[in-house]
Design a protein around this ligand. Sequence first.
Ligand code: ADP
Ligand code: MG
Length: 443
Amino acid sequence: MSTIAALEWKNILDRVRAMHPSLVRGWFSGLKPIDLSGGVLRIRAGNPKQVRYLDDECGSVFAEASQQVLEQLVTTTFETDAPDEIADDDGYPLSISENNQLQLNDDYVFDHFVVGAGNRLAHAASVAVAENPGQTYNPLFIHGDVGLGKTHLLQAICHTTKQLGTCPTTLYISCETFVNHFIEAVERGAMNQFRFHYRHVDLLVIDDIQFLGARERSQEEFFHTFNTLHQAQKQIVLSADCQPSEIPTLENRLVSRFNSGLVMSIDAPCMETRVAILRKKSRLRCIEVPEDVIEYVAINVHTNIRDLEGALLRLDAISQTTGGKIDMELARRALADGSERLAITIQQIIDVVTRYFGVRVKDLQSKKRPKSISHPRQICMYLAREFTSHSLEEVGGYFGGRDHSTVLHADRTIKKMLETDAKVRRTVENLRATLRTQQNGAS
Ligand code: ADP
Ligand code: MG
């Protein structure tokens, strides 16, 4: 970390005054450079209003002048020491609060995580980070396909630091939450509060950071958040469905920041790990499963661990409703039912959904975004994920060439709605029932 010389700062201010006289305010002489590090020049202003003005009007102006004087690529950030006045000052309390954090699942602890060839390194790195936040790998970036344990590891880190009391201020959020807060903060002119919230944490954990790819302005903001925390040796942990360089439209500077720590992949579990996971999960859930059934499930379900868990729960549900024990016969039946994944086509899903909502296929495949179109489109995508084995790309391609992150987003949106919105739950249940009935009629 270094700061810039008084003369350089004076030259920067002079250039700003010369190039953009209409933007200059008397209080500019009170601005102070704090430090220059990693291409970021941090500038301190006297109060939150000044920071807001600088952010809104002068970001590129100061960056441009700094680049000319310092002869290097520089971005600028503005901050103040007086964050507490902000909410009153703005009159816009942002809805950033503890409640916006994702809930930690009590089961997602290291003790419940089965270590195998596919996740050994990611697990070891997560334990190291949890035990010494900010001191080992920073950022820690974990990537892998869905259902392989990224969220589990992220939460295990949070659980551990909570237990050890090493990170009094922890933020565990989804990328969407960050983006939504940012948009809300911009709209309400509450950027100071936003920044204070995100830049004063000991541990920042963001799940599914790939969603940042599609958000240009949020990327810019996240870049500065990242730098501030990183410089202060605060731990950052991120997860994504692919490695940093593969996140579509993620700025290079973010890719390189993410790569500057430790990037770890999680791969699909091997047979031994699948067996070990099934044993552990059945024990944790007090489900009695004989060894031959465990092996049978492990052989037949190899997509990911979420599906493995799903199969176990299906066995349990069937045995409870039929009153029978879990045995090979029941397992064969249960897994055969699962083959409906392959039997229902996207076209059938579209037919059923368009009829239900009274929309046209053309609309679903168009770029139209009103809720009356986007909601059925998202439901189609969700059902395609549930009933077919098409990849995210294939599903996206089917709906007017949308990319995989749009499909993932749709899937998550509907899943969230299913938890909170009874009407959506009923709709999806109706659609599922119609699809199954059609299917049974056809076979
Ligand atoms: P991702 O975030 O990668 O999509 P999750 O972390 O949500 O995946 O994992 C899906 C499910 O699989 C969770 O219930 C999680 O507890 C379980 N799981 C994943 N990996 C393991 C593992 N190695 N040991 C035990 N359970 C696991
Ligand atoms: Mg996850």
